[in-house]
Design a protein around this ligand. Structure first.
Ligand code: PEP
Ligand code: MG
Length: 572
């Protein structure tokens, strides 16, 4: 397997096999340019310049022409089909490690010289106009059209959710990052790709080397580097088992999702872009419970999608779902999902101390009223093509509810004035801030439905940043306070006759299916790939027998253990 460099400032992409020669030429050309630069620097040195300076330039020239640099870099291009910049950074990493291990101080210090030479070459490459023709993606990493045979794994210090989105079309078969939490948006996008990923693996990008083989056990969060044959065999066996299990579960696709006692359970899909609707239908989803529209706004530089572009994306999702309902959430940017124009540094470190508590989601939309109405108009226009529901993220104050309702009325008026068609749409709120859960009756008066965002509800109830691996051991969906809030939201919504769903990661985790059913939940929204296994749990459940254990689980010191004991025998 392969480990990609974490130098995100350099474009990473695969080149088509027929471009290998051209790419090697780019590398050669960059080397010759740097050689000319260095020679002219040396020639123009003032007569009184210290002799060391000329000697240093000699060293740089020598490193530049060393086979270990350019010769080996060519192999990354020819064998791996890396673009020249990526190949060069990969080779720099290999050489830098060798320098680090040298005993001799003088030689060890030559690493800095090597880095300077490589920097010069990268700069020369970035000035090379030939790059544009071969480049398939420029932001962060990208990987396509790879024709190699070994499965590729990306190992990086961190990957932004927006970059992770670009991997949806890539060849990587697994991800490992040093930082991040299980429900960070990076992890969520990785999960939506249905490939193994481990986030928060601390030193992984430093310890794992290019061309190491790794086993990624996404279920337990374990990464095994250079596994022994016996471990490898064990994991191959498990992989085959899970493929068989998956094939078996996929046969449930057309089976209605009904419990043993006849309760119909709605299984919906979470999607990030219109193209995901296909996977949703294939998995047997009966609608989209959460379309995270903010992903349309990412990787865009300063140019955000306008009304028509948004409308087309929403309409495409609606049409792709063939008459099934599509719940479009208004933009939830901020925290770990910054827009390009709000840099992650800006949000994370410099100006905002607690970005998860900052200008996020509906707060951001209300601070940009023109943009908010533009999105509402685009969503409303899509309603002329199928069943659309609007979902508002992170509501915490009634004033936000009122401003949202006003914005919606104004957007409708604007569409009327412009002669655009739209159909009635239901308005719903995410319940993901404890304040909303605790004052649910007041909120519910203004909404047709609610969707519980357990990812954030856990974060805000337990004061644990969901993207911070340093506290990820405290991020506990089984915490009695979390379970109590979820149970009360479901019960109150049911009592008021309002539809309630769960769209956080708990909905797709089969460890919680019986518990949520016992709480009275009848609608679950999750990554399409999770639908079959949740459906199987539903088909085997008898809600009449589940209710009896609910109070015991909710009042237990260790609800997880209590739930395992109470529900597992019923579910099997
Ligand atoms: C949630 O918070 O549970 C949720 C579904 O929204 P997101 O994960 O996008 O914050
Ligand atoms: Mg959320």
């Amino acid at each position: 397997m392969l480990v990609a460099s974490s130098r995100v400032d350099v474009a990473h992409y695969f080149i088509a096999p027929e471009h290998v020669e051209d790419e090697v030429d780019r590398l050669r050309h960059a080397r010759d340019t740097v050689a000319a630069e260095l020679s002219s620097l040396q020639r123009d040195l003032p007569a009184d310049a210290p002799a060391e300076l000329s000697a240093l330039l000699d060293v740089h020239l020598m490193l530049l022409h060393d086979e270990a640099l350019t010769g080996a870099t060519k192999h990354w291009i020819a064998d791996r089909h890396y673009n020249a910049e990526w190949a060069l950074s990969a080779q720099l990493e290999v050489l830098a490690r060798q320098f680090d291990e040298m005993e001799d101080d003088y030689l060890r210090e030559r690493k800095a010289d090597l880095e300077q030479v490589v920097e010069r070459m990268l700069r020369a490459l970035s000035r090379d106009p030939a790059a544009a023709g071969h480049e398939q993606q420029t932001s962060g990493f990208a990987a396509r059209d790879f024709t190699g045979e070994d499965p590729l794994v990306l190992v990086a210090n961190d990957v932004a959710p927006a970059d992770m989105m670009q991997f949806k079309r890539s060849v990587f078969s697994g991800f490992i990052t040093d930082v991040g939490g299980r429900t960070s948006h990076t992890a969520i996008v990785a999960r939506s790709m249905d490939i193994p990923a481990v986030v928060g693996a601390r030193e992984a990008s430093r310890l794992i080397r290019p061309d190491d083989w790794v086993v990624i056990d996404g279920d337990t969060g374990v990464v095994i580097v250079d596994p022994s044959p016996i471990v490898l065999e064990e994991y191959r066996f498990r992989q085959r088992q899970s493929e068989l299990e998956r094939a078996r579960l996929n046969r449930l696709r057309h089976t209605p999702s009904v419990t043993l006692d006849g309760q119909a359970i709605e299984l919906l899909a979470n999607i990030e872009q219109p193209g995901d609707a296909r996977a949703a239908l294939e998995a047997g989803a009966v609608g989209v419970g959460l379309f995270r529209s903010e992903f349309l706004f990412m990787n865009r530089g300063n140019e955000l999608p306008g009304e028509d572009e948004q409308f087309e994306a929403y309409r495409d999702a609606v049409l792709a779902m063939k008459g099934l309902p599509v719940t479009i959430r208004t933009v939830d940017v901020g925290a770990d999902k910054p827009l390009d124009r709000m840099s992650i540094q800006e949000l994370r470190h410099e100006h905002v101390l607690n970005p998860a508590l900052g200008l996020r989601a509906i707060r951001w939309s209300l601070s940009e009223p023109g943009m908010f109405r533009q999105q509402l108009r685009a969503i409303l226009r899509a309603s002329a093509f199928g069943r659309v529901r609007i979902l508002i993220p992170m509501v915490a104050h009634l004033s936000e509810v009122k401003m949202t309702v006003d914005a919606l009325a104004r957007a409708r008026q604007q569409l009327d004035d412009a002669g655009h068609l739209y159909a009635p749409v239901e308005l719903g709120a995410m319940v993901e801030v404890p304040a909303a859960a605790l004052s649910l009756p007041q909120f519910l008066r203004h909404f047709d439905f609610v969707s519980i965002g357990t990812n954030d509800l856990i974060q805000y109830t337990l004061a644990i940043d969901r993207a911070d691996d340093a506290v990820s051991h405290l991020y506990d969906p089984w915490h009695p306070a979390v379970l109590g809030l979820i149970a009360s939201v479901i019960a109150r919504a049911n009592a008021m006759g309002k539809a309630v769903s769960v769209c956080g990661e708990m909905a797709g985790d089969s460890a919680f299916t019986e518990l949520l059913l016992a709480m009275g939940l009848r609608s679950f929204s999750m990554h399409p790939a999770q639908i079959p296994s949740i459906k199987q749990r539903v088909l085997r459940a008898d809600t009449r027998r589940l209710y009896g254990a609910l109070d015991r689980v909710l009042s237990a010191d260790a609800p997880q253990i209590e739930a395992a004991a109470a529900f597992a025998p019923i579910a099997r």
